[in-house]
Write a protein that binds this ligand. Structure first.
Ligand code: SF4
Length: 328
């Protein structure tokens, strides 16, 4: 097949758009969709200036998504004095997995001369995910513990670092799955929270009273396969192995259904997201001022929560971990 733009050999065919693209035009297309998303989400505040730049913390796992995100953001902003990029890797304590992906993170951040920080569950919570998965005191899937610890570690570090935004590499497939899971849960308040927490444009989101550093997902228009192809064509250092504790069974089920729908009806993921984002925006507007956000602080760690003790501290207790001293 030939590239629809230049006639060179095509490396991909996007069934949802009908386009065949060669390596150069495919990579340009990914770059321009991310630039457009950054613009449309108003990611860079109008107040940012060379004298008062914004700090964007990128969650960098070493997997294809976060590596591609870091590479493209560096391409866009490396010479822009209004933005400082910092990469953060969370080390969960999973033998043979995270150490290998950490090597990919170090290679990338070294190549791009981006500051790179590492936060380990061992230091923050006194635990290793391998032990948590083995002992599993609450009879939950490992990801149910790990997801809570990771969200907390990212938020906590972003706050301590003084970051203005926290960026993650969620792609179109990830977001379409989350959208379907939220809709199928029947919890519209969760849909509303998704919008203000990380989905909508900064022009439409209510973030002033949010106790967390605002999040954004600049890859959310790019299908997972295209992220993988981009990483391959650009020869980026990525770690492709799957975590040995990966266990999100329900998400896997939803992923399978969306995959089948996309095969039969190309464009399904895009239409899920455009409809969902509109709905989430309306829900966010309806639920604002309903006073349902975190109203207090965890009495152990100070994290925002509606309860006396936050979920992360409950889980740290359950698995016999210990919170790091904060020095307060
Ligand atoms: Fe943690 Fe699950 Fe991800 Fe493994 S797959 S790193 S256990 S969230």
């Amino acid at each position: 097949m030939e590239c629809d733009k230049c006639g060179d050999e095509a490396v991909m065919h996007a069934t949802y758009s009908g386009m065949h693209l060669c390596e150069e035009h495919f990579c340009r297309s990914v770059d321009s969709r991310v630039r457009k998303r950054v613009r449309e989400d108003a990611l860079l505040s109008e107040d940012a200036s060379p004298d008062d730049p914004e700090t964007w913390l990128i969650g960098l796992s070493g997997g294809k998504d976060s590596v591609v995100l870091t590479h493209i953001l560096d391409d866009i902003f490396a010479r822009d004095p209004r933005v400082k990029l910092v990469a953060l890797t969370i080390h969960e304590g999973i033998e043979g997995y995270r150490d290998a992906s950490l090597d990919a993170c170090l290679e990338l951040t070294d190549d791009l001369s981006i500051e790179h920080e590492v936060v380990a569950y061992a230091d923050e919570y006194g635990l290793q995910m391998d032990d948590v998965a083995d002992e599993d005191p609450l009879d939950m899937a490992p990801c149910a513990y790990c997801g809570v610890f990771r969200r907390d570690a990212l938020s906590q570090y972003a706050e301590e670092y003084g970051a203005d935004k926290l960026l993650t590499g969620h792609n179109l497939d990830d977001e379409a799955q989350t959208a379907m899971m939220n809709l199928l849960s029947g919890d519209i308040q969760q849909v509303a929270k998704h919008f203000d927490a990380s989905l909508g444009s900064f022009e439409d989101r209510e973030i002033d009273d949010d106790p967390f550093v605002p999040r954004a997902k600049p890859l959310r228009d790019i299908p997972e396969k295209e992220v993988a192809l981009y990483a391959h064509l650009k020869d980026l250092p990525t770690h492709m192995a799957e975590c040995p504790h990966a266990s999100e069974a329900y998400r896997g089920e939803i992923q399978g259904h969306i995959h089948d729908l996309e095969n039969d009806h190309p464009g399904t993921r895009h239409s899920i997201m455009s409809g969902y984002e509109e709905l989430a925006k309306l829900a966010a507007e309806a639920y604002r001022n309903s006073d349902d956000g975190p109203r207090g602080e965890c009495e152990r760690c100070g994290a925002p929560t509606n309860n006396e003790v936050c979920r992360k501290c409950e889980l740290v207790d359950a698995v016999g971990g210990e919170l790091a001293e904060t020095g307060d």
